[in-house]
Every structure is written in structure tokens, then in C-alpha cells.
Design a protein around this ligand. Structure first.
Ligand SMILES: Nc1ncnc2c1ncn2[C@@H]1O[C@H](COP(=O)(O)OP(=O)(O)O)[C@@H](O)[C@H]1O
Ligand SMILES: [Mg+2]
Length: 271
């Protein structure tokens, strides 16, 4: 990462992506211009097929544009070597994709710890980090489960824990709460909001208008173009407050009720 704080983290100019050839060719991203500053929380909305996932894939260096310019931290991604692109993908970007499958032969904690192996972190430290992340998502009791033993919502939360364990500076989330109930959705949104509050950049595709209240900017796409781009007043406070409340709720169920405060309480009855 570069030291500069003034240049945008992402700058797209005339970005074009086409699929198919000849008569079957169609333009999926049609000259997209977009500047994203460090620390923005962007919600991307738009009808199915308008190019949202294609855009995220290009932003995350999983795919390349056919035309136009993409500057990441001021550097044209076209000039990056394959090794450098891979390094950025594993160190700087966190992907939260809807169908981001877990590795079936690894248990939950090893799945979450996986991105840390690319950093050369020792196993014990990796497991500790993974465990911390899983507890954030209230999945501590599932650490040694295998992926097939999880419900759909739990699988998704594990995948998200894995995407965030690296503390990525850019999080790309493609309908991260798509299959989740409202409570699980908010657990995930609180975590994204927390990462955002630490100064990182979040770009999230969502169909759920409620979730745009977490965003500082809402971009609507239509037919491969940006149709509208609105900074939100953040009327709804960023989620740090609700998160604390949530954590407190979860913690209080583990703690003894605070009756009279004695200096040393025996832990014998702790459940
Ligand atoms: N690998 C591909 N090959 C051909 N067409 C594709 C491919 N990926 C996406 N498309 C097409 O590009 C358009 C945009 O897709 P996508 O970015 O997934 O839209 P969204 O995420 O907004 O629903 C769609 O018409 C889709 O069918
Ligand atoms: Mg999509």
C-alpha cells in the first residue's frame, strides 16, 4: 500500500467489458467512470444483469476490462505483474461473494485461517486469529465442524469471517446477506461497518434498500452504466453503537447477572 492519502483508492475511466464475439457480443460495462476515495462505504444497486458482479470482479482483480483505465492506489492495474495482482488479492482485498464456497475437506476454523497462510503466519497464530473472527460472528461453537454440518446461514457467515480475517483494506461484497435472515444480515452489516469505521473501503452490492443505510454513498447501475451516484447523509448512525449493543447482549447471556457486586465472585456456577 502506498503512503499517499490524497489519491483515490480506485479510479475508473471509460471502463468497458464485453462478453461474446461477433453478433453475440454485448457490452456489460459501458464506459464506466468512477472514483472511490479511501474509507468510503459504497452500496451498489441495480437490476439483475446490469453488470454489478462484473464490476466487482474487475475491481478485485479477478477479471480484466477490455477497455478503459483502472487505477488502484494510483497504479494502472494493467502494469501489474501476475504475482503482484495475486499479492494484492490475498493481502489487500477481502471478497465476500454469495457463492464463495468453503473448502469442503477443511473444518471451519481451518477454512477461516486459510487466507493467513499466504502471509506466512504461524499455525497457532492463524488459528487464534480465525477463532477471534469466528467469535465475532457467534460461531465459536462451530470451529471444529465440517462445512457440510453447517446451515446455509452459518456457511455464509464462515465465508465472510474468512474474507475478513486478513483485515483487508478494501472489502468487495456481492450481496453478502442475500440468503440470510434479518438478524444474521445485521450481524454481518455491523461487522462491515466496523471494518469501515477502522478506515477501510467497502464496496457492497445489495438488493436490500434497508442495508444502504450503512453506506456513505449509493450507486445505481443500469445497463452497464452508472445511473445515479448519491452521497448519503448517514442519517442512520454507523453501526458501531448497535454492534456494541449486540455484543453486550451476547456477552450478558454468558455472564452471571450482575446482582450485588462483590469483589470476588466464585465462578463455580458459571454456565
Ligand atoms: N462469463 C460471462 N460470459 C458471458 N456473459 C456474462 C458472463 N458473466 C456475466 N455475463 C453477462 O453479463 C451481464 C452482467 O452480468 P453481472 O455482472 O453478473 O450482472 P449483475 O451482477 O448486475 O446481475 C449479464 O447479461 C450476464 O449474462
Ligand atoms: Mg451479480
Amino acid at each position: 500500500m502506498k503512503a499517499s492519502t490524497t489519491q483515490p483508492v480506485i479510479a475508473l475511466k471509460g471502463l468497458v467489458k464485453r462478453y461474446g464475439i461477433g453478433d453475440a457480443e454485448h457490452t456489460v460495462l459501458d464506459s464506466v467512470d468512477l472514483v472511490i476515495e479511501k474509507g468510503e462505504f459504497i452500496a451498489i444497486m441495480g437490476p439483475s444483469g446490469c453488470g454489478k458482479t462484473t464490476l466487482l470482479n474487475i475491481l478485485g482483480l479477478l477479471d480484466r476490462a477490455d477497455d478503459g483505465e483502472y487505477l488502484l492506489d494510483g497504479t494502472s492495474v494493467d502494469t501489474l505483474s501476475a504475482g503482484r495482482r495475486a499479492h494484492i488479492r490475498s493481502n489487500q482485498v477481502g471478497f465476500v461473494f454469495q457463492n464463495f464456497n468453503l473448502v469442503p475437506r477443511l473444518n471451519v476454523i481451518d477454512n477461516v485461517a486459510l487466507p493467513l497462510t499466504y502471509r506466512g503466519m504461524r499455525r497457532l497464530k492463524r488459528l487464534k486469529e480465525a477463532s477471534r473472527m469466528l467469535s465475532t460472528f457467534h460461531l465459536s461453537e462451530r470451529e471444529y465442524y465440517m462445512p457440510w454440518q453447517l446451515s446455509g446461514g452459518q456457511t455464509q457467515r464462515v465465508a465472510i469471517a474468512r474474507a475478513l480475517v486478513n483485515n483487508p483494506s478494501i472489502v468487495l461484497a456481492d450481496e453478502p446477506t442475500g440468503n440470510l435472515d434479518s438478524r444474521s444480515s445485521h450481524v454481518i452489516m455491523e461487522e462491515l461497518a466496523d471494518i469501515h469505521a477502522r478506515g477501510n473501503t467497502i464496496i457492497m452490492v445489495t438488493h436490500n434498500p434497508d442495508l444502504t443505510s450503512y453506506a456513505s454513498r449509493v450507486i445505481r447501475m443500469l445497463d452497464g452504466r452508472i445511473d445515479s451516484d448519491t452521497k448519503t447523509p448517514r442519517a442512520t448512525k454507523p453501526a458501531t453503537a448497535p454492534k456494541k449493543r449486540l455484543d453486550a447482549t451476547m456477552a450478558s447471556s454468558e455472564k452471571k447477572p450482575a446482582k450485588k457486586r462483590t469483589r470476588k465472585t466464585k465462578k463455580a456456577n458459571k454456565s
